[in-house]
Ligand binder design. Sequence first.
Ligand code: SF4
Length: 438
Amino acid sequence: MKIYMETYGCQMNVSDSGKITHLFAEQGYSLTETSSDADLIVINTCSVREKPELKIFSALGRYIPLKRQRPELVIAVGGCVAQQWGDKLLKRCPGLDIVFGTHQLDSLPDLVAKVRQSRRAVSVTEFLKCPGGLEVMAIPAAGTVSAMVTIMQGCDNFCSYCIVPYVRGREYSRPSAAIIEEVGKLAQAGIKEVMLLGQNVNSYGLQEKNEISFAELLALVHDISGIERIRFTTSHPKDMSDALISAFAELPKLSPYLHLPFQAGSDTVLSRMGRGYTAADYLEKVEKLRRAVPMIALTTDIIVGFPGESEADFQKTLDMLEKVRYDQIYSFKYSIRPGTRAAGFEDLVADEEKRERLARCQGFQDEISQEILAAQVGSVSEVLVSGPSKRGAGEWSGRTGENRIVNFPAPAGIQVGDLRRVKIVTALKHSLKGEVIT
Ligand code: SF4
């Protein structure tokens, strides 16, 4: 039997797809790269981007007709769009067999068996106290040195523009003992780097009785032999504790890299977004981080053109870029998510204005990113080798602790998972070129 997976959106979804693959591998399924020879097609959806439904309808428009030749084919849609639509998705797309919510991942094998037996479509989307599937291990891709480990799911923050709390549910943290056991197994399987995942990892453990804090969890992961690097995402600035900032200085395996979304530079906009911090609060945390680890690399998320954002507000976003000097930003024009608080806000910014501000923001950041990469030339970094480079030409590729991509000519005997000292010789637009120091 073969399973074809199509995954949209964030790293959490990529990890969830790895879990689904694991569950079906236990039932004898193998992954296929082509939908046409699949016995089961699973589409794992994301509703963070604009009009996500269009993408899913178009995918189903391609896959449902395959059932004419292969009536035994089962098609399932999961993830955030499935959670939002529920059985309305079945009505909208005749031929779709299964809609499963973000808490039902581990029920999918049973749902597929049920559909095969009854040939009747099913939709299951209720929220559970403990989301199903969190304890399933995601299978890391073959030949990889990095693995993602979900440590918590859901969010209690309800930022006014965000759909996540409505589609992933309230915050739930996995037991720390289960996380440590999973990381231990990954280390034994040869994984060198773990990425701890959650919608807001900084509030890990806060809702559970007798659970340790995120900083304490990092220290336990740090003790696992075989793990060389630890990264995590996503961090909410308001929940960034002093203990977590100190962890960057105290735990050498914790990469000097942090994705810390600020979203907007204006306090008025931040307040309308419901982010729970001011620009000054955010900058204070950045200062503390840089005092603890001066070379820490930062990336961020930005929303441009939030309702009510004036030109002066937008300038404060540019000011923030100048002050913090991020390695990279992930910036988007604001767009309405039905069902969120901000969907009712008036004072919308014209689309043309949003486009123009986004271009200015990205242009400004491109210059900063280039300057940061250029400043690396001549330095020596420890690079975790991930394998042959996509650029070919006999080059291999890896990442520095700051998460910068480095390509280099492969010396004899190099292996995936090696940690090599590399001298940076050239800065390209989005990556570095180097030479391994032998
Ligand atoms: S912190 Fe805000 S933006 Fe992030 S997932 Fe929660 S509600 Fe969404």
